[in-house]
Design a protein around this ligand. Structure first.
Ligand code: GUN
Length: 283
């Protein structure tokens, strides 16, 4: 069997087109949707992600402000900047790119972002709303995964969903969204005793570990839907995921490629969250 390739790039274009239409309607009504993207330090991967986010905003007609600071910025200075953005009516969404330099408390920084501008959905109040079934902002990567499953017609109700990786950014919110969609959830972490025994039970397997190629075809249930959240740089310098695509595609029913799978969807959902924030502010 060769798995169907789930084209996140194509789906993201459709979603971004819808966002552009909603942005045009808002602008016609006098509100220009605005996103502030804050980057501290010189992490090269973060620089690329942030540039892509800002470019996607501009293309969809959103106003974006990129604030880049050296790693020497103090936490207090960053909090002051975030408070200014919280109070800026031209800004509807605020994103502080993670990871932050080690001298900063990422929790404190995220909790300083106004919850109604937290387009990443990382603020404890947004995490709590998601957990209790009344989400305001869904974290962009798991939200994008749900959109891909929906577009592919993957049945989540009653499905066995196994998530490898338990981060606040992907694994935990992914579990909440799949649970809300009726799936039975298993979250695996680095201490899971027999990982393959878990992953082989999955009708839907979501992998977000940052370990290149760690999931191989023999760990996948025949016909499963495999979502690879990893974006790694392989030894050959090429981008690769957490799933070994070649062996996995022999077994899976459908699989996301890297690049061109989850990555573009994360950006598309950031735009969706930003436009929703602007629409709420414009009411
Ligand atoms: N670092 C890795 N992924 C993300 C993300 O989705 N948002 C932010 N702010 N930082 C990240």
């Amino acid at each position: 069997m060769t798995a169907r390739r789930i084209d996140g790039a194509a789906l993201s274009v459709r979603i971004r087109d819808e966002v552009a239409q909603r942005a045009a309607a808002l602008i016609a009504g006098g509100t220009t949707p605005g996103l502030a993207v804050v980057l501290v330090g010189d992490n090269p991967a973060s620089q690329v992600y942030v540039r892509n986010k800002v470019a996607a905003c501009e293309k969809a007609g959103l106003h974006s402000v990129m604030e880049q600071y050296p790693a020497s910025l103090t936490e207090a200075e960053l909090l002051t900047r975030i408070q200014a953005l919280n109070n800026d009516p031209a800004i509807h969404g605020i994103l502080v790119q993670l990871p932050l330099p080690a001298h900063m408390d990422a929790h404190k920084v995220i909790e300083t972002i106004a919850a109604d501008k937290d387009v990443d959905g990382f603020h404890v109040s947004n995490a709590g709303l998601l957990m209790t079934g009344q989400p305001l902002f869904r974290p962009c990567t798991p939200y994008g995964v749900m959109k891909m499953l929906e577009a592919e017609g993957v049945v989540t109700r009653g499905a066995e969903a196994v998530i490898v990786g338990a981060s606040n950014i992907v694994g935990k919110p992914m579990a909440m969204l799949l649970l809300a969609a009726g799936a039975t959830i298993t979250i695996c972490n680095s201490k899971t005793r027999d990982l393959a025994a878990q992953t082989r039970r999955a009708d839907i397997l979501v992998v977000a570990t940052g370990k290149p190629g760690m999931i191989t075809g023999d760990m996948i249930k025949p016909g499963a839907t495999v979502i690879d959240v990893g974006i790694n740089r392989g030894a050959d310098g090429k981008l690769c995921g957490d799933v070994d695509y070649a062996s996995a595609a022999e077994v899976a029913g459908a699989i996301t490629p890297v690049p061109g799978g989850v990555g573009p969807m994360t950006i598309a959902m950031l735009l969706v969250n930003t436009i929703e924030a602007a629409e709420r502010a414009a009411i």
